[in-house]
Design a protein around this ligand. Structure first.
Ligand SMILES: NC(=O)c1ccc[n+]([C@@H]2O[C@H](COP(=O)([O-])OP(=O)(O)OC[C@H]3O[C@@H](n4cnc5c(N)ncnc54)[C@H](O)[C@@H]3O)[C@@H](O)[C@H]2O)c1
Ligand SMILES: O=c1ccn([C@@H]2O[C@H](COP(=O)(O)OP(=O)(O)O[C@H]3O[C@H](CO)[C@H](O)[C@H](O)[C@H]3O)[C@@H](O)[C@H]2O)c(=O)[nH]1
Length: 324
């Protein structure tokens, strides 16, 4: 198959890029490199361009003629979204509508969208099924819910079809350590713990020890980025086989607390580092765990890396030998 990946020079997109190439597919990455890394992609597969440059994106679609567009490009930092909400609606919501317009005008009708567990806000029940109410609690989550609603309606009234994958917490790195997570600023738990283990940061702070969870710290469903990448390929095959539009959760349906993640990281790295107990981070829900049965049934997704120690081991390998 032929794929265009927006945001393919970023963390998750570059792992999907790698998987698709390994499986023999043809891939073009469209990324403005605002947060991505040139080194993550073969130079001949990279087109540097912005979501808002509709002309340039149309040219890429017309010259490359993809079967499927996978759309990773977005602003991702929840905290920044609460300070600069407009930028998130502009990049994540308006940017996606412009992109889909260009697709429709050039006859490309299959779309995979990077959605997020943040669409659920503070869920009433855990594990969370796709039928749970979408009540985002920050502009980042709202920007993604608006896109999902746009996609749902568009696909009802046109030949456009999509899979929105609601990622839970993507983590880990390619097994060979050649690509991995490199956000700036980095706010995600596992890379921050590993920077403390490496001595690059003085400590790790636990954001909140008074949550209604067994050890008082927040629970998340950490999923290895390569299992997440597999879900994208399955979703593309599903659409190419005529599958209907869907929004699907992607997680292991198993949660770990912040303390459990820190303890596992200490074992995996063999390093001790200071752990500080701090206040809750604004807006953090106590527990986000996916009910991923729909994805397993509809796409036949069978993750093989459901092991927190393995996830941290690959992230540690990357952290010690980072190329970018
Ligand atoms: N990392 C997670 O745990 C997580 C969880 C849920 C959802 N997501 C979603 O997954 C997607 C990828 O996340 P990531 O962690 O790989 O982020 P990332 O920042 O590493 O990658 C995003 C990429 O998009 C590019 N980009 C941003 N705006 C652009 C624009 N206007 N034009 C062209 N390129 C642009 C950036 O340069 C970057 O390479 C995002 O849509 C994010 O919302 C991520
Ligand atoms: O220094 C830190 C960093 C994080 N945490 C805690 O660790 C957990 C995970 O935090 P991350 O920042 O790694 O991830 P989030 O769950 O906050 O958010 C991530 O996953 C969400 C979906 O679950 C969204 O998609 C979001 O974009 C993405 O960043 C949270 O309880 C957070 O409070 C700490 O205790 N200390």
């Amino acid at each position: 198959m032929r794929f265009v990946l927006t945001g393919g020079a970023g963390y998750i997109g570059s792992h999907v890029y790698r998987l698709l190439k390994e499986r023999g597919h043809e891939v073009v990455v469209y990324d403005n490199l605002s947060h991505g890394h040139r080194e993550a992609v073969e130079p001949s597969d990279l087109r540097v361009g912005d979501l808002h440059d509709t002309e340039k994106f149309r040219e890429v679609l017309l010259s490359f003629r993809p079967d499927v567009v996978m759309h990773f490009a977005a602003f991702i930092e929840v905290g920044i979204s609460t300070e600069r909400p407009l930028e998130f609606f502009e990049n994540n919501t308006v940017g996606t509508i412009r992109l889909v317009q260009a697709m429709m005008h050039t006859g490309v009708h299959h779309f995979i969208f990077s959605s997020t567990a943040a669409v659920y806000g503070h869920p009433e029940r855990v594990p969370i099924s796709e039928d749970a109410r979408l009540t985002p609690v920050n502009p980042y989550g709202s920007s993604k819910v608006m896109v999902e609603e746009f996609l749902r309606s568009l696909s009802e009234w046109s030949s456009f079809r999509y899979v929105a994958i609601r990622y839970f917490n993507a983590a880990g790195a390619a097994e060979d350590g050649s690509i991995g997570e490199a956000h700036d600023p980095e706010t995600h738990l596992i890379p921050l713990i590993l920077k403390a283990a490496k001595g690059e940061r003085p400590h790790i702070t636990i954001f909140g020890t008074d949550f209604p969870t067994p050890d008082g710290t927040a629970i998340r469903d950490y999923i290895h980025v390569t299992d997440l990448a597999e879900a994208h390929l399955l979703a593309a095959e599903y659409l190419m086989d005529g599958g209907e539009s869907q929004a699907l959760n992607c997680g292991y349906s198993r949660g770990y607390s912040v303390r459990e993640v820190i303890d596992t990281a200490k074992k995996v790295t063999g390093r001790e580092f200071p752990v500080i107990e701090g206040d809750r981070r604004a807006g953090d829900p106590p527990a986000l765990v996916a009910d991923s049965s729909r994805m397993r049934t509809i796409l036949g997704w069978k993750p093989t890396r459901d092991d927190l120690a393995y996830i941290i081991k690959t992230a540690w390998n990357w952290e010690l030998n980072r190329r970018y």
